[in-house]
Design a protein around this ligand. Sequence first.
Ligand code: DAH
Length: 347
Amino acid sequence: MKEKLQLLFKTISSEIAKASTVAELDNVKNIHMSRKSELNNIRKNLKDLSDTDKKIIGSLTNKIFQDLQILLEEKYELLKTAERNEKLKAEVIDITLPGTYIPFGKLHPITKTINEITEIFQGMGFSIASAENSPEVETEYINFDMLNFPKEHPARDMQDTYYCENSDNIILRSQTSGTQIREMLSKKPPIRIISPGRVFRCESISARKHNQFHQIEGLLIDKNISFSDLKGTLNEFIKIYFGGERPTRLRNSFFPFTEPSCEVDVQCIMCSGKGCRTCSGTGWLEILGAGMVDINVLKNVGIDSETYSGFAFGMGVERMTMLKYAIDDIRLFFNNDIRFLAQFRGR
Ligand code: DAH
């Protein structure tokens, strides 16, 4: 019995020594130290031995049990530490390594300009027109008729319009001015809105022209509004947008929906007024059209022109952006070339 116990001790202790993972050691423990193990059986059967044997074998079994327990604990400690070290080594973070660059999306330069311009006008008490009054698919009636473009009048040819197939009335809007009509039809004066949006014209695409671009429309209707209010508003806007240093001029013009009408030019940013390709040698670039709302337009929307008057203006967003950042090709805004767009980071 004694030998058997000693052999058992040798076997188990060598299995403990051989275990190379915590899981393997668990296994050794389950097989040899559980209640059904051989060692435990010997212990259970001690009662059948003679008194002297009981004493000797009993204390030997206990000793073996205790020794194995100690060996197990030591081995557990060793394996757990080793496994923890292994894990730490695998998970080590070198905080001196450069991080992974995660590119951020930024606003498109056109969106930035729209935000900037609308904020300036919001500061002057204008609010943004409701989106439902600014549809890109529009009727010819709103886009032209209501804005006092006479039927068959060459003024309609100023803007080469996209007509929808099978319809001589539904168009892609050629200007945001239709929003003026929709606003005046849906609201009572005083009205003070601006409305940014996309417009479409059947143009061949070049560095200076595109068949889609953006405009910002403005409209103010109230009592006692005169041309000097228009001039003051536009001057203030231009001063803020261009920073006050760029010379501007007001020029007489014609639009069917304003009377009198004018256009505003800023000095060419490319040549500083000397005359170049961008400004066709004139030294000036047109940035917006404006005027006093024509009495016929007020009549069309049912506003009493004896009580109310107002002004309107419209500007090209691409043009405003090109002037501010000296961009010489309108197509850049639509190509989505990241090398171009990335230059507007952080602005
Ligand atoms: N809609 C005109 C265009 O596309 C621009 C314009 C001119 C808008 C005069 C206006 C305005 O509101 O009063 O050329």
